[in-house]
Design a protein around this ligand. Structure first.
Ligand code: ATP
Ligand code: MG
Length: 393
């Protein structure tokens, strides 16, 4: 871009993460070229967004996001910068200078601009100093900035855990005062944020900090009567997701949502401490719809989540051909993983996980023995209650 006489800087997360010794997960560029000028320079690019126009440049397998400097200021009736009655910005397409652009960013540590030509960092808000101190500081009055965009409450918490930084007291105060505005944020945006919060290795810490500020309810459906089992199950599911992330195993929002909402599913179908199957099957769609109102879980995950739930029941039924069928189910592995989590936090040890661990071994006579053994043991589960005795887990 510099060749075309435009200024271009690496900005935001990548500069911040590199300075903190972390691997950036993507690269953002800020420039004085307008979206259409950028598009002319890069063939493989696309202008996206209406309210906040950006250009996506495709460079082999990488996607680079390029944003034009914004001024963040407006004359009274400029339709390119629009706020609603709570002060929330709903359109921001007024171009500006680098200096102006820094002021519309959320935190000082996110407003560092690295110029690859001069190899210098532009730092108008003491971002470098705050990185050294390990502190998240808002650019401008956080009350006002968080009303403009309440998602900044979630971002402050996420960055503080990711970087092990402290949150400045003024920000804490603003989260308490403006957090409730998250109820007005689109479910699509909250789903994106949900994934960033829970699928990148800090799920447990993020959940705990969000709960101090009472913000989990904007991201996740919870039971009306929470109990120790649901708390433990949530904690274990988050911990398990973090472990998988650290071990480079796949983590999907589908699995995590299935696990986190399992206590809600149980609550919806509990009847005299047994599972009411009619309620169970009817409840699943309603629960997904309610979660959908909070975070726009993509359609492709809905059947996946429901399969995992239904398989929780099927895993209890181990008579005749049923276990062979269950094992062949494409979601068996995910369902088995959830079973292990449930069992880990359950008081009543069912040994069901161990049974399925053995059954998965490719050994025909062992499989027959396992089914045969059940006939003689108390562990045999009745189909009707799926062995969900007292605890319903
Ligand atoms: P990460 O990619 O690790 O989530 P990031 O800081 O790069 O962190 P992005 O969402 O990629 O986050 O945004 C890039 C930059 O754009 C941020 O560093 C920040 O300067 C600015 N930005 C993003 N979201 C907001 C927001 N809601 N309010 C103000 N500035 C924002
Ligand atoms: Mg980024």
């Amino acid at each position: 871009m510099n060749k075309n006489n435009f200024e271009a800087y690496l900005v935001g997360g990548c500069v911040r993460d590199l300075l903190c010794g972390l691997n950036p997960k993507d690269f953002d560029i800020a420039t004085n070229a307008t979206p259409s000028e950028i598009k002319k320079i890069f063939k493989a690019s696309r202008i996206i967004g209406k309210r906040f126009k950006l250009v996506h440049i495709f460079d082999r397998s990488e996607l680079i996001e390029v944003a034009t400097f914004r001024s963040g200021e407006t004359t009274n009736n400029d339709s390119n910068l629009v706020k609603d009655e709570s002060g929330k910005i709903i359109r921001d397409n007024i171009w500006g200078t680098l200096e102006q652009d820094t002021f519309r960013r959320d935190f000082t540590i996110n407003a560092l601009y690295y110029c690859p030509t001069s190899k210098k960092i532009e730092d108008n808000n003491n971002g470098l100093q705050h990185i050294n101190k390990g502190l998240i500081v808002s650019i401008g009055d956080p009350q006002k900035r968080f009303a403009e965009d309440p998602v900044r409450c979630l971002r402050a918490i996420r960055f503080s855990n990711k970087l092990s930084f402290k949150i400045d007291n003024q920000i804490k105060d603003a989260i308490y005062k403006k957090g409730h505005l998250l109820a007005n944020i689109s479910n699509a945006r909250l789903f994106d944020e949900f994934c960033k919060i829970f699928l990148y290795g800090n799920a447990e810490r993020n959940f705990n900090k969000l709960s101090i500020f009472g913000l989990n309810k904007y991201l996740l459906l919870t039971e009306i009567n929470q109990n120790q089992f649901s708390n433990k199950l949530i904690e274990e599911s988050l911990r398990n997701t973090d472990k998988r992330y650290l071990n480079d195993q796949s983590v999907t929002p589908g699995f995590l949502i299935a696990a986190l909402l399992w206590p809600v599913v149980l609550e919806s179908c509990k009847s005299n401490n047994q599972i009411n199957l009619r309620k169970f099957f009817r409840g699943m769609d309603k629960i997904l719809r309610n979660q959908q109102n909070l975070t726009a879980v993509p359609r492709k995950f809905h059947t996946y989540i429901k399969d995992i739930w239904v398989l929780q029941l099927k895993l209890h039924s181990r008579i005749g051909k049923q276990p062979y069928k269950t094992l062949k189910h494409p979601r068996f592995r995910a369902a088995y993983d959830l079973l292990l989590i449930r069992e880990k936090v359950s008081e009543k040890k069912m040994h069901l996980g161990k049974w399925w661990t053995d059954f998965q071994k490719n050994n025909d006579s062992l499989r027959k023995d396992l089914i045969e053994d059940l006939k003689n043991k108390k562990e045999k589960e009745s189909f009707k209650t799926f062995g969900f005795s007292k605890e319903l887990i």
